[in-house]
Design a protein around this ligand. Sequence first.
Ligand code: FAD
Length: 467
Amino acid sequence: MSVIGQDLGSLRAGLSATAAVCVPGDEGYDEAVRIWNASVDRRPSIVVRCASDGDVVAALVFAQRESLEVSVRGGGHNYAGFALTDGGLMIDLTPMKTVTVDADARTAKCGGGTTWGELDAATQGHGLAVTGGFVSTTGVAGLTLGGGIGWLVRAAGLSCDNLVAARVVTADGRVLTADAEVNPDLFWAIRGGGGNFGVVTEFEFALHAVGPMVQFALFLFSPDQGGDLFRFARDYVRDLPADCGVLLAGLSAPSAPFVPAELHFQPAYGLLVVGLGDEASHARLIAPISQALEPMVQMVTPIPYAGLQQMFDESAPWGMHSYEKAVYLDELTDGAIEVILEHQGKKMSPLSFVPIFVLGGRYGATDPDSSAFGGGRGIGYVVNISATTPSPDDLPAEREWVRNYWSALVPHAVGVGSYVNFMTDPDPERIRNTYGDKYTRLQQVKATYDPNNVFHLNANIQPAVST
Ligand code: FAD
């Protein structure tokens, strides 16, 4: 700590006027190290709140000179808490939030610390959007670098499928462009390979015409109806057009005005369908649901796309204690449904829930080799078993629920690997399994841009060793 104490002046001297350095006890430190998952307790020695590429370069040079572990914070949503290093230097990108939209070209650029709420607000001003997460406070950076699943995944593919360029600061302090023409190996790797290759200070996305109003439908079913729902849903989603988003979920019914009071917080299953067309076509799309099943609750309404993107914010508050594990399913087989029905009822916390993301559409039609994304394009579903408890004391039991549920589902899944953004404990076997044949290529790109594995607080790719 004495070396750091002496040298902070030299670090500060290399930063822009709007950047800041904080150490424990400084104003701004606690805010900078507060992340979404309160169960992660790591304290960086130094936080550099970066406002420019040059600030990121200065922070990286300093950290390596002082042999400090490096972490990078985008939106701070990572379940494993990889934004935080214990005792090292955290590069905090939250000041880098500039968003510019080129409505004619249908592209948007945003800084590495932007959240989805901020990007959506800017793009929706032009009736445009790119696939983003289901919770608006999530960072664009971490979500996109790992893949990016949201309401638009069937209509427009993953967030990373829509990335057209990025600016990346590498471990040795170079500021590089990555796109299809310039550093194409890096561009391939950052679309799915996570934060392994450098600090992305700017993202540029292709946008699509979306909203401003979209059509929303939510159906809730009792636990007894779960089997019928899932068997219906696997046939129903097969014939749906790409321009609709579909989510299945095992959850506790929300205490929303449209839900009868006696159902509030009671176990339930949900089917949510978002249409990007008009009300009439959405009505036709969802008609088979109430013809085949008898939902306990049904809510159908037009809604602003920006509002849809914030709809789950309250159900995922900051400061809770969380853990998750996910699997990819090719199909909702009878075996998988049986596991879901058996384990769903064992959750204890009303905040724990199991979103089952329905893929297909543009996601499925995208060339699997066009990016490093760890997941085949034939996968039908991502099942994310997610535990959340207000008290740390309740997390261990709920974590066991996740682990048991996951272990029972794995025999019906596409291996033990799954979406890297839904891994609280990404062990090496699961990471390799997730990337499959792409892992070796990722190791080579890692060796080119980060041979010393400076960026290892992530679903880590081991650099290839030259022979
Ligand atoms: P951070 O914790 O800041 O960072 C995550 C990782 O990315 C870390 O390894 C970090 O070092 C690295 N990183 C961050 N910024 C940069 C950067 N600029 N350059 C290089 N590396 C960087 N995922 C989905 O796909 N769809 C969803 O709908 C979805 N919903 C979620 C909802 C909640 C409530 C939560 C907690 C997570 C959700 N996720 C979702 C998962 C999410 O994609 C990951 O947690 C992701 O890591 C969050 O990114 P972040 O920037 O907020 O996180």
